[in-house]
Design a protein around this ligand. Sequence first.
Ligand code: TRP
Ligand code: SF4
Length: 403
Amino acid sequence: MRPRVLSGMRPTGALHLGHFHGALKNWVRMQDDYDCFYFVADWHALTTHYEERDVMARHVYDMVIDWIAAGLDPERSTIFIQSRIPEHAELFTLLAMGTPLGWLERVPTYKDQIDKLKDRDLATYGFLGYPLLQAADILIYKAAYVPVGEDQASHVELTREVARRFNHLYGRHKDFDARVAAALARLGRDDVRYFDKQRKAYGETGSAEALAKGEALVRRAAAATDGWTDDDGETLLGHLRGSGRTILPEPQAMHTEVTKLPGLDGAKMSKSYGNAIAMREDPAEVRRKIERMPTDPARVRRGDPGNPEICPVYALHRIYSDAATRDWVVKGCTSAGIGCLDCKQPLVDAILAEQQPWRERAEPYLREPKKVHWIVEMGTERARTVARQTMRDVREAMGLSYG
Ligand code: TRP
Ligand code: SF4
């Protein structure tokens, strides 16, 4: 079993090159090594844009087509829509009961976004609670890793705190001691002795080494013991840490290498700044946009030398061009050997070449949108099976499994 990765994206419609280089590229790469769950965070979009009700459906499927175009493989990745899995909302509600208000008020993005999105009234309950909803998204799939940008790292940190608190409050089963005994009975005598030694050492001194040794033993036991269940493992890990059973494992933020892609004007590429090139932008439009890009204002006439360091075109060359081409730009620009239009041609070619496979992969889905609906349908079913199981555990742990 490969470790699970989970990430979500708000449905902002057709994605642009910045989305690809900032996140999607990594999502695609991670499919090789992880059990990937990727979802459309449509409820998250509502936390800031709750009054926009007609854009969502179109945006959701446009975005999923771009995911597939970029190389997400529905056979390997589970692709789904948040709002189709009501268990996210159930977990959010249950986690909300014990989450201190201060934890949410202190999330740095909370005040930042309120300041930034001044034109919106974000003094809502949903907006304050949104990182907790994110925690539910992550915990419900027991994700090991969450690839997020730096801006979201605090949300994963909150998720970890919420999980820790949950396990602490509810991890102690009514019959926890009996379960520990049953799991230990499956181990050999020497292993039991070794495990107890590590557990005591960790409990008394907090030794990270003892914790690691104990965890390693549980992992070994899982691989080598007939009839060993996940529950046995979680019970012993809880016993080891003195925290009870781990019902909701703490995820880790995965800081992948991200490329901040500058837009046509040199500022960060963003749809709302009007400086973006869509992933599946029409080739003629790509050419037009690049050819109209502003350059170093010092180059008024063809004979004026320029400075690539302050030119948005060169900022894109840094990402799209090899060393030889960049060298050609720097020399040609500073000596006025090339014109700006010349300088832009290799960039146009590189972007069109990058986009070509995306266009090809998207084509069958644009022709037959049902195909995308099917993929989402399948993914949602797969995700929901996992979410349902977690909710059974959660309800039981919280004493809600009566009747
Ligand atoms: N909050 C993320 C964003 O706005 C999207 C998101 C929602 C997410 N739930 C998530 C990301 C869970 C990672 C994991 O971009
Ligand atoms: Fe910018 Fe290239 Fe023109 Fe120099 S030659 S100003 S780098 S577009």
